[in-house]
Design a protein around this ligand. Structure first.
Ligand code: GLN
Length: 260
């Protein structure tokens, strides 16, 4: 499959063309350098400069994490949540937007939503801007370390697929050798950015809003614990297609009338 996609990219044709010309001899000079890169573990998405996400093509380069299929689960939750509220121009925040795949998909599906996407990396914001332009949507891009650049702004839905890999974890060469470290690693435990989200997020969420985060393998329980420790209500956990707890949902705990 990857060989076919590389050949399509090199020859500027689609897969049906490839099948129809299965007996043709490809010019090795064009294919060889691409094959060499792939054999050196460079991810296909960086070689061809694109990755599909939720049915749309996103430009990617080594300044951003390559969108993962499991992140579509976070997007599906977001779309379900926005659908009945779309008339109210819900304000949606994607923290750590990378390629912009989450924020831009939400805006493409619900143009009435006001979508803000942040990233700590200027390069990532460039990529997100390029994708927003290519898909013809208007989202606000903010250079920001977590909530720091957002003042006291509040949102109805906060989404994040933060870096969640522990520094000690060993990853495939495809990932660790090529994808941005900033987008992958969060610190010693892998949970550091959930701590910050739990601590800093509540004041940026409207009172009946939701926060949804993607989590790494076996992190869901620890993440739910971190948020409840900070006074959030854990309202659910969703499994990805591999049966792994992947998206965890929170609300701000409701205050009773007796609370000060
Ligand atoms: N939001 C982007 C994605 O889900 C980037 C996430 C990141 O860089 N950790 O692909």
């Amino acid at each position: 499959m990857e060989a076919q996609l590389l050949a399509c990219h090199a020859l500027g044709v689609d897969r049906s063309w490839l099948f129809a010309h299965g007996e043709d001899i490809a010019p090795i000079k064009i294919l060889d350098p691409l094959l060499a890169r792939r054999m050196n573990h460079e991810p296909l998405a960086y070689i061809v400069g694109r990755r599909e996400f939720y049915g749309r093509v996103f430009y990617v380069d080594p300044r951003v994490l390559i969108p993962r299929q499991e992140t579509e689960l976070l997007v599906e939750f977001a779309l379900d949540w926005i659908r009945p509220r779309q008339g109210n121009r819900p304000k949606v925040l994607d923290l750590g937007a990378g390629s912009g795949c989450i924020a831009i998909t939400v805006k493409c599906e619900f143009p009435q939503a006001d979508v803000v996407a942040t990233d700590i990396s200027e390069g990532a914001l460039d990529v997100a801007r390029q994708n927003a332009n290519a898909l013809n949507v208007d989202i606000e891009l903010v250079l920001s370390d977590m909530f720091a650049g957002l003042g006291d702004r509040q949102f109805d839905l906060i989404l994040s697929n933060p870096p969640y890999i522990a520094l000690s974890e060993s990853l495939a060469e495809e990932v660790v050798g090529y994808e941005p470290r900033l987008a992958l690693f969060s610190g010693q435990t892998g949970l550091e950015l959930y701590e910050r989200l739990a601590k800093e997020g509540a004041s940026h969420l409207s009172s009946d809003g939701r926060l949804a985060v993607e989590v790494g393998y076996r992190q869901a329980i620890s993440v739910a614990h971190i948020f409840t420790e900070h006074g959030w209500l854990h309202v659910g956990t969703m499994k990805d297609l591999g049966g792994i707890d992947r998206t965890v949902l929170f609300e701000r705990a409701k205050r009773t009338p007796n609370d000060s």
